[in-house]
Design a binder for this molecule. Sequence first.
Ligand code: ASP
Length: 320
Amino acid sequence: MTFRARHLLGIEHLAPLEITTVLDLADRYVDLNRRTVKQSDVLAGMTQINMFFENSTRTQASFELAGKRLGADVMNMAVGQSSVKKGETLIDTALTLNAMHPDLLVVRHPSSGAVNLLASKVNCAVLNAGDGRHEHPTQALLDALTIRRAKGRIQRLTIAICGDIAHSRVARSNLILLGKMENRIRLIGPPTLMPAGIGAFGVEVFDDMRKGLAGADVVMMLRLQKERMDGGFIPSEREYYHRFGLDAEKLSHAKPDAIVMHPGPMNRGVEIDGDLADDINRSVIQDQVEMGVAVRMACMDLLARNLRAERGRKIVGAMV
Ligand code: ASP
């Protein structure tokens, strides 16, 4: 198996072969998760701490389930009731937890780069569960697994990412992953929600949904990330839905078998029509949630193998 990383901080640091390794292992965890007895002992004896400094439903729940199904001791730190509220810095909190010898630290933080900084201060494996508008690597990996299972491949596809690209870490991680796997990427959204100079990154940019969706295999919708907006980026939600909200008519411009994705949480009637989101013939949104648990199991399994090997080398080193 090819997966050398010590931490999972972003897709940026992964080679295409490492991405494939995660997806192949995750496929096996999908099978395990569909059984009545879902237990494995891959992380038995290990401690996993989840630290979420920003709200989360799917990501936190799936990291917790993933750790438990692999046999780890899992602790969810209630950040709202912790010393963070008393003014403790992120690094002090991390060093305190590090002294309790966790093996895996899962961190979500509103500031871009905070998780990378934290990883440099601790001696366990760190998984980025989303940092600001920077990266959300497990989301991009679970999206890739969903696409690969629906389309039979994760290369040479036309993939449209639509909506608030500028504030989205999901868009950023997906752009990097899908680019590494040699797909044709289209970004669709109002110019106010498009990062400056994005056209230079080998992607096609559209502000017209119908033109951008023409011939797409995959349509990935994004939420308006209002928590990261400091001003008026759209005239109104009604107007936004009219121009950029995905409905059956706009989707009819994509390939007839195009799939619809959304990382959640969804705002029905803002970026996507509610009936389309629920249409099991087009929408793979629930599959994404299922793949999320399997992908997080695969990532923790691979990082734990590397951690054991590193610690083993240190023990041998100390003996000679
Ligand atoms: N859940 C995703 C994230 O944490 C997408 C979103 O919040 O819209 O980035």
